[in-house]
Design a protein around this ligand. Structure first.
Ligand SMILES: [Zn+2]
Length: 152
């Protein structure tokens, strides 16, 4: 089982747990209940971090997602970011169906990091309806990240 989900310009790519077919979940329908286009099995809620593949996918997700979006800004060389990865994944699983958890590699996506004026990583941003609601930074356990998300 993959530890993150990929994107394309139109949606998240979610493998069917029954047959393995990759289904596209349109960004605008992230709060819905999907069925596998191949075998008809009900698809699970998005419970894994989403790995953004580029600025176009990122912009589409932010502008179209009916769910709040939590962004984890990280880089491969950042020790605290590596420690944060399993906590972020835990938060994504615990808040499945309530929010979408997105990972942005600041080395690979410098224009996105610049857009949020990211200084130190790990850093986090919370958006609702495409609008920036809150930002925070530094390692934190999943429970603290979820508290921050729910109280912001
Ligand atoms: Zn299927």
């Amino acid at each position: 089982m993959s530890s993150s989900l990929a994107t394309d310009a139109r949606g998240l790519l979610l493998p069917c747990p029954a047959c393995g077919t990759v289904n596209r979940i349109a960004y605008a329908r992230l709060d819905g209940e999907g069925r596998c286009g191949s075998c008809g099995t009900g698809l699970p809620r998005v419970a894994l971090p989403v790995e953004i593949s580029g600025p176009a996918d990122f912009a589409a997700l932010l502008s179209q997602s009916p769910l709040p979006v939590v962004i984890d800004f990280w880089a491969p060389w950042c020790g605290p970011c590596q420690m944060m990865a399993p906590e972020f994944a835990k938060a994504a699983a615990q808040a499945a169906g309530q929010a979408v958890f997105v990972k942005v590699n600041t080395d690979a996506q410098p224009e996105i990091a610049g857009q949020f004026r990211i200084q130190g990583i790990p850093a986090f941003a919370l958006l609702r309806q495409g609008r920036l609601v809150a930002q925070t930074s530094g390692f934190q356990p999943a429970a603290r990240l979820l508290d921050w998300m729910r109280s912001a």
